[in-house]
Ligand binder design. Sequence first.
Ligand code: HEC
Length: 144
Amino acid sequence: MSLLRNLLLAGVAAASLSGMAYAANDMSPEAIAERTKPVGSVYTAADLEGIVDSAAAGNSDEPAAPRSGEAVFTAACSACHATGAAGAPIKGDAAAWEPRVAKGRDTLLSHALNGFNAMPPRGACGNCSDEEIANAVDYMLDAI
Ligand code: HEC
């Protein structure tokens, strides 16, 4: 290998190293955005659909579809209605639910939404829709 060729290779290596250093010091907004962009930021139209829909509705915490009664019960009602805490009627306890069922589903649903004695409005679930609360009430009524 000739001395000239070695010098040339060294020159190329040095040039590309200084190029890298230059790129890393590029503080233009485009260069910073490129360096700090998230890995794998590829969205399909289907991914964006749910995000755009819920953002447009102004409640991005809520899932697009209403949660099932079981899911809402587990998340928001079971603390009391699985344990009897605060005197709550336990899911599946027919004797505790019978006199309540006699009041009619509409009254029970209204009490679930608006509160009733130690029963907090919506079971204190801040992001439960009316439909989700109704699903949870029906889930408990179905269990008797
Ligand atoms: C902090 C505890 C607590 C949580 C959480 C809670 N409940 Fe209750 N709930 C109660 C208590 C206590 C009662 C009984 C109130 C009474 O009869 O005086 C009750 C009663 C009820 C009743 C019967 C009302 C009636 O008129 O007899 C329904 C229906 C009900 N809850 C639904 C729900 C649903 C649905 C959720 C979850 C979204 C939920 N509760 C979460 C404490 C709770």
